[in-house]
Design a protein around this ligand. Structure first.
Ligand code: PHE
Length: 458
């Protein structure tokens, strides 16, 4: 980006590659390496992957193009873009919900960022063999002061970058980090996939088994798609508003999807075959949920020659990927307060610090001293993950679809996209926006709420 995002006058990306790298820095993060593998493992393996890919290429594509085009057209973030077309309370709500989601994600995102930091430190302090012990992760989570400490350290790093305004520097870093991480991920994935017994895991991950399908597979795949591609949380509006009109939106969307999905699939290949090869496909491990990555990866590294070095390098890159994403979340949130309340950057950061402390601390404690506290039957961190991904994001995405269908019109979006090249996937776009997206969103929202209230089990 020529200028940092925080400045009043609109800065712009230098071109498509700069834009794709910046968005990839935001999109590729914990969602790919931590969230995707555990969801695939838990919700049916290959069938989850298949649904995820189909949704990414249809629905996800439509949402990315829509949000980016709306941002570029209005030169505004989410609230401003909604306001530009719809002054009704519904329009306000649509913009507002898109803007609030990152504020609720960044605190618990930073808790998990803290876990990554802890693992990096522990590679040196405890050694990979200790890290690979079965109960290492659960013992860490139960130790609330430590979890809080690492959450605070990670958050301080994120705030430091935001306040120092070195966001541009971070983008430079992510240009180096991403390729190195990719190479390391390929090495680890090949290593995992060639362990004895790993084949069953590869098959579980890649071959769809329709008997594993449940409504939850669909809901989880859709939530993950939003999360991983940074859809339905205002980010792409904001990034779109910095995009020059000659950049091919369709092409950049395709590239973003390719990188993001590629890293997720690689992470799946690192982690799922290891569950089979190191833990005999233990169903308890497959359903381990948020802890999966932190249990299996150390086991893989511990068995590798030079494991401590490989693990430390990996967790460092993982940490940087998480940092670039967290920075984009916090940056957007701070911007929303600056613009919406007309306050200084410092004050806006202070408000976010309070939100971070409230949500992040309770999420941290939810695994330890507050483990008896359950919200709708979930741990506190899981609850915030569920609230944002399964409830708020479908509403936010629905608001974007309705805004286009009711106020903006296809013609305007098509003209915006068509500025740089003919809109190649126009029929697909229209179909998805008008039929596929609203129907899927309503089904997901209804089923998520019904399951949270215990009306159905998914
Ligand atoms: N997409 C990021 C990930 O996969 C998370 C994120 C969501 C980052 C929204 C920024 C905005 O980790």
């Amino acid at each position: 980006m020529k200028q940092s995002a925080e400045s009043g006058s609109r800065a712009s990306f230098s071109g498509r590659i700069g834009y794709v790298l910046a968005v990839a820095g935001s999109a590729i993060g914990l969602g790919n390496i931590w969230r995707f593998p555990y969801l695939v493992a838990k919700y049916g393996g290959g069938i989850f992957l298949l649904i995820y890919l189909v949704l990414t290429l249809t629905f996800g594509y439509t949402m990315i193009v829509s949000e980016t085009a709306l941002g570029r057209m209005t030169k505004r973030g989410p609230s401003g873009a909604f306001q530009a077309f719809d002054h009704s309370p519904l329009g306000k709500l649509g913009g507002w919900i898109n803007a609030v989601i990152p504020m609720l994600i960044v605190p618990y995102y930073s808790v998990i960022g803290g876990w990554v930091l802890k693992y990096l430190v522990a590679c040196f302090a405890d050694g990979i063999d200790t890290l690979a012990q079965d109960d290492y992760f659960s013992a860490f989570l139960a130790d609330s002061p430590q979890v809080v400490l690492y959450f605070v350290l990670f958050s301080v790093l994120v705030f430091a970058v935001i306040l120092a305004g070195v966001r541009r520097g971070i983008e430079q870093i992510s240009k180096v980090v991403m390729p190195v991480m990719l190479v390391l991920a390929v090495i680890v994935a090949v290593y995992s996939c060639t362990r004895p017994g790993a084949l069953a895991g590869i098959a579980y991950f890649l071959v769809p088994n329709f008997r594993n399908f449940s409504l939850m597979t669909f809901a989880a795949a859709m939530g993950q798609m939003f999360y991983s591609l940074s859809i339905a949380m205002g980010i792409l509006y904001t990034y779109g508003s910095y995009l020059k009109s000659d950049v091919d939106i369709e092409k950049s969307t395709g590239e973003l999807e390719f990188f993001d999905t590629g890293v997720a699939v690689l992470a799946g290949l690192m982690i799922i075959p290891s569950v089979f090869s190191f833990f005999g496909g233990d169903i308890g491990k497959l359903h381990a949920g948020p802890s999966l990555t932190f249990i299996t990866l150390p086991a893989v590294f511990a068995s590798m020659p030079g494991g401590t070095f490989a693990a430390a390098t990996f967790f460092l890159l993982f940490l940087l990927a998480a940092l670039t994403s967290a920075i984009s979340l916090l940056e957007t949130s701070v911007n929303t307060f600056e613009d919406g309340l007309h306050i200084s950057r410092g004050k806006a950061s202070l408000i976010m610090a309070v939100i971070m402390a409230a949500v992040g601390l309770s999420s941290s404690l939810g695994f330890g001293v507050w483990s008896s506290v359950k919200l709708l039957g979930m741990d506190i961190l899981d609850f915030f993950d569920f609230l944002t991904n399964s409830v708020m994001m479908p509403i936010a995405a629905l608001a974007t679809c309705l805004l286009i269908l009711r106020k903006v019109g296809f013609a305007a979006i098509e003209a915006e996209v068509g500025q740089s090249s003919p809109f190649r996937r126009r029929p697909l776009y229209r179909f998805c926006l008008k039929y596929l997206a609203p129907v899927c969103l309503v089904i997901i929202l209804a089923s998520s709420i019904a399951s949270a209230l215990g009306l159905i089990t998914m």
